[in-house]
Design a protein around this ligand. Structure first.
Ligand code: FAD
Length: 371
């Protein structure tokens, strides 16, 4: 095994983010030079193989890095998740020529967003109405996507839609005629992640923009593409929990009430214990899923859903515990725990809500039980 391509990357991101995550969140914007610098260094999606211009980071190393970024800035982590999901979709569904074209761009120079959700297709992506239609040597993309993370910053939009009796993903340059990006102002959390609704009004592109060039079963396409996002969000939640534990422990050790530090009041100490447990449980679930990916076990998709579900649940509970420990100190906008509390809740909504994850896990439980 060679040296970890992400050695030193954590320190670099910590330096780039510094104390600015809260002001970026308030402004609803990540600085262009930060995204550019991370892109130039291959850090927006470090898993892209070296042969395609990426860093070739392993799944666990990438996960640890994602958690680190998530502990610093949920918006930046969200942008990385979208970039990684776009690259993963190209890796899995693109042909050799498309991988050669898009992966080096995604690894370094172009930013990307991924669009599944539509006004009438949220949890139920089988209801997607976006149409990708062949016309001679072109394809025409028509439809509307909502809540595309990072679309505000994106050069490339990876868009899922109906295609030739099945479904496909198509790579749409954000500047193509007919593309209209409408920023979502002041979302509940991850407020600098560049969320946008995007319209595609008869966007005409060369036919080779359709990844793989054929229609695929929609459920397979979506589940495969989402797997990367779920893994990344799971690790992002680990990062949220690390930030919350650190803030809660610092506060509990320093703030005194009733003549002693909060940490010495046992009911407060219980919150700290719960935060540690939440962080450890989420970490172990993500590590397990990562090892399943590495080993190529058939259960890796379910392990990934489980990791995302457990981590999001733990992040919501952990951020609530941290808020309770900080009390009024955490109630000011601009506090790391206030930001984590808002960001965490959204992790239960995206990449398959908690309920959708539970349905997948219940089906797995049923089908793997001998009756
Ligand atoms: P709905 O599908 O309307 O569901 C509403 C509620 O009902 C949820 O609690 C859901 O769990 C529950 N529910 C629905 N069906 C069932 C069922 N069968 N059984 C039990 N409960 C059910 N989309 C993208 O394509 N790309 C992105 O980059 C992206 N980023 C996002 C970022 C943020 C911050 C947010 C908030 C959303 C983002 N989304 C993105 C959209 C996201 O994927 C959807 O919000 C999510 O799939 C849920 O869909 P919905 O909001 O329409 O809720």
């Amino acid at each position: 095994m060679g040296p970890d391509p992400l050695a030193g990357a954590g320190a670099l991101v910590a330096e780039l983010v510094g104390e600015q995550a809260d002001s970026w969140d308030a402004a609803g914007l990540l600085p262009d030079q930060v995204l550019r610098e991370l892109g130039d260094r291959g850090l927006l999606c470090p898993q892209v193989p070296e042969e395609h211009g990426g860093l070739g980071a392993g799944i666990l190393s990438n996960g640890e890095f994602t958690a680190h970024v998530g502990s610093l800035c949920g918006s930046l982590r969200s942008v990385m998740t979208s970039q990684g999901m776009a690259a993963w979709t190209v890796q899995r569904f693109g042909d050799a020529g498309q991988r050669d074209t898009y992966l080096p761009q995604l690894a370094r120079t172009s930013r990307a967003a991924v669009g599944f959700s539509e006004p009438e297709a949220g949890s139920d992506l089988s209801a997607m109405g976006t149409e990708i239609r062949k016309e001679g040597g072109s394809v025409v993309v028509s439809g509307r996507k909502v809540w595309m993370t990072a679309a505000q910053y994106a050069d490339l939009l990876v868009v899922f839609g109906r295609f030739e009796g099945g479904a496909a993903a198509v790579v749409v340059p954000a500047t193509a005629p007919g593309v209209q990006v409408e920023r979502i102002a002041a979302p509940f959390g991850c407020r600098a992640a560049g969320h946008a609704d995007v319209r595609f009004d008869s966007v005409r592109l060369p036919a080779d923009h359709v990844l793989g060039g054929v229609g695929m079963p929609p459920a397979l396409l979506v589940a495969t593409a989402l797997a990367y996002g779920r893994m990344s969000v799971g690790w992002g939640c680990v990062g949220i929990l690390r930030a919350c534990r650190a803030a809660a422990c610092r506060h509990a050790a320093n703030r005194r009430q009733f003549g002693k530090p909060l940490a010495e009041h046992q009911l407060v100490a219980r919150h700290l214990a719960e935060l540690l447990v939440a962080e450890q449980v989420a970490t172990r679930a993500c590590e397990h899923a990562g090892r399943c990916w590495d080993d190529g076990t058939p259960d890796s998709a379910v392990a990934t859903v489980l990791a995302k579900h457990v981590s999001a649940r733990q992040a919501v509970a952990g951020a609530a515990s941290a808020m309770q420990v900080l009390a009024s100190a955490g109630a000011r906008d601009g506090n790391v725990v206030a930001r984590a509390y808002r960001d965490a809740k959204l992790m239960e909504v995206i990449e398959g809500s908690s309920e959708i994850c539970q349905l997948i896990l219940a089906e797995h439980a049923l089908t793997t039980t001998v009756r």
